[in-house]
Write a protein that binds this ligand. Sequence first.
Ligand SMILES: [Zn+2]
Length: 131
Amino acid sequence: MSGSERTIPAPEPNPETKPFWDAAAEGKLLIKRCRACGEAHYYPRALCPHCFSAETAWQEAKGEGTIYSYSVVRRGAPVPYAIAYVTLAEGVTMMTNIVDCDLDRIRIGQRVRVVFKPSAGGPPVPMFTPV
Ligand SMILES: [Zn+2]
Protein backbone atom coordinates (compact mmCIF):
# COMPACT_ATOMS: atom_id res chain seq x y z
CA MET A 1 0.00 0.00 0.00
CA SER A 2 2.87 2.40 0.69
CA GLY A 3 3.50 4.85 -2.10
CA SER A 4 -0.16 4.84 -3.05
CA GLU A 5 -1.55 6.31 0.14
CA ARG A 6 -3.90 9.22 -0.29
CA THR A 7 -3.01 12.53 1.32
CA ILE A 8 -5.71 13.43 3.82
CA PRO A 9 -6.31 17.17 4.18
CA ALA A 10 -5.89 18.46 7.72
CA PRO A 11 -9.18 19.07 9.55
CA GLU A 12 -9.55 22.53 11.04
CA PRO A 13 -10.80 22.18 14.60
CA ASN A 14 -12.94 25.00 15.96
CA PRO A 15 -14.00 25.57 19.59
CA GLU A 16 -17.07 23.38 19.02
CA THR A 17 -15.10 20.44 17.61
CA LYS A 18 -11.72 20.78 19.37
CA PRO A 19 -12.50 18.07 22.01
CA PHE A 20 -13.38 15.70 19.16
CA TRP A 21 -10.02 16.22 17.45
CA ASP A 22 -8.09 16.12 20.75
CA ALA A 23 -9.68 12.72 21.44
CA ALA A 24 -8.92 11.56 17.88
CA ALA A 25 -5.25 12.27 18.58
CA GLU A 26 -5.55 9.76 21.43
CA GLY A 27 -7.30 7.21 19.22
CA LYS A 28 -10.76 7.84 20.64
CA LEU A 29 -13.92 8.47 18.64
CA LEU A 30 -16.30 10.89 20.32
CA ILE A 31 -19.92 11.59 19.60
CA LYS A 32 -22.29 13.83 21.47
CA ARG A 33 -25.36 12.86 23.42
CA CYS A 34 -28.08 15.22 24.54
CA ARG A 35 -28.92 15.27 28.24
CA ALA A 36 -32.35 16.74 27.53
CA CYS A 37 -33.73 14.25 24.99
CA GLY A 38 -31.19 11.42 25.27
CA GLU A 39 -30.45 11.29 21.54
CA ALA A 40 -26.89 10.95 20.20
CA HIS A 41 -25.66 13.00 17.25
CA TYR A 42 -22.75 13.44 14.90
CA TYR A 43 -21.07 15.66 13.74
CA PRO A 44 -20.56 17.33 17.12
CA ARG A 45 -22.57 20.47 17.68
CA ALA A 46 -23.15 22.71 20.67
CA LEU A 47 -26.93 22.50 20.24
CA CYS A 48 -28.74 19.18 19.99
CA PRO A 49 -30.06 18.85 16.40
CA HIS A 50 -33.06 16.88 17.71
CA CYS A 51 -34.40 19.25 20.35
CA PHE A 52 -32.05 22.29 20.20
CA SER A 53 -31.03 21.89 23.83
CA ALA A 54 -27.55 23.14 24.75
CA GLU A 55 -27.24 20.30 27.29
CA THR A 56 -25.04 18.12 25.11
CA ALA A 57 -22.20 15.98 26.47
CA TRP A 58 -19.30 14.12 24.87
CA GLN A 59 -19.44 10.35 24.82
CA GLU A 60 -16.77 7.92 23.63
CA ALA A 61 -18.16 5.70 20.86
CA LYS A 62 -17.26 2.03 20.65
CA GLY A 63 -15.90 2.66 17.17
CA GLU A 64 -17.98 -0.10 15.60
CA GLY A 65 -20.57 0.31 12.91
CA THR A 66 -22.01 -0.83 9.59
CA ILE A 67 -21.80 0.67 6.11
CA TYR A 68 -25.07 2.40 5.26
CA SER A 69 -24.02 3.53 1.79
CA TYR A 70 -20.78 4.14 -0.08
CA SER A 71 -19.26 5.30 -3.32
CA VAL A 72 -15.82 4.61 -4.75
CA VAL A 73 -14.16 7.70 -6.20
CA ARG A 74 -11.79 6.86 -9.05
CA ARG A 75 -12.06 9.78 -11.45
CA GLY A 76 -10.03 12.85 -10.70
CA ALA A 77 -8.46 11.23 -7.66
CA PRO A 78 -4.73 10.41 -7.70
CA VAL A 79 -5.53 7.35 -5.60
CA PRO A 80 -9.02 5.79 -5.67
CA TYR A 81 -10.86 5.94 -2.36
CA ALA A 82 -14.22 5.04 -0.86
CA ILE A 83 -16.49 7.60 0.72
CA ALA A 84 -19.24 6.17 2.89
CA TYR A 85 -21.92 6.73 5.46
CA VAL A 86 -21.30 4.49 8.45
CA THR A 87 -23.95 3.99 11.13
CA LEU A 88 -22.30 3.56 14.51
CA ALA A 89 -23.45 1.13 17.18
CA GLU A 90 -24.67 4.23 19.07
CA GLY A 91 -27.11 4.96 16.22
CA VAL A 92 -25.52 8.02 14.65
CA THR A 93 -24.37 8.11 11.03
CA MET A 94 -21.00 9.58 10.02
CA MET A 95 -19.76 10.54 6.60
CA THR A 96 -16.32 8.95 6.40
CA ASN A 97 -13.94 6.89 4.26
CA ILE A 98 -13.52 3.11 4.09
CA VAL A 99 -9.81 2.31 4.10
CA ASP A 100 -7.27 -0.53 4.26
CA CYS A 101 -9.34 -2.87 2.11
CA ASP A 102 -10.08 -3.92 -1.46
CA LEU A 103 -12.41 -1.16 -2.69
CA ASP A 104 -14.17 -3.66 -4.98
CA ARG A 105 -15.22 -5.78 -2.00
CA ILE A 106 -16.98 -3.08 0.03
CA ARG A 107 -20.63 -3.93 0.65
CA ILE A 108 -23.59 -2.14 2.18
CA GLY A 109 -24.26 -3.62 5.59
CA GLN A 110 -20.63 -4.63 6.08
CA ARG A 111 -19.36 -4.36 9.64
CA VAL A 112 -16.52 -1.90 10.14
CA ARG A 113 -14.43 -0.46 12.95
CA VAL A 114 -12.73 2.88 13.33
CA VAL A 115 -9.09 3.49 12.43
CA PHE A 116 -7.36 6.84 12.69
CA LYS A 117 -5.41 8.06 9.67
CA PRO A 118 -2.79 10.80 9.79
CA SER A 119 -3.71 14.01 8.02
CA ALA A 120 -1.39 16.52 6.35
CA GLY A 121 -0.26 18.51 9.37
CA GLY A 122 -3.45 18.21 11.42
CA PRO A 123 -5.06 15.78 13.86
CA PRO A 124 -5.67 12.19 12.74
CA VAL A 125 -8.98 11.56 10.98
CA PRO A 126 -11.37 8.75 11.95
CA MET A 127 -12.05 6.38 9.06
CA PHE A 128 -13.34 2.82 8.97
CA THR A 129 -12.07 -0.56 7.88
CA PRO A 130 -13.99 -3.85 7.45
CA VAL A 131 -13.72 -6.19 10.45
ZN1 LIG B 1 -31.82 16.80 22.46
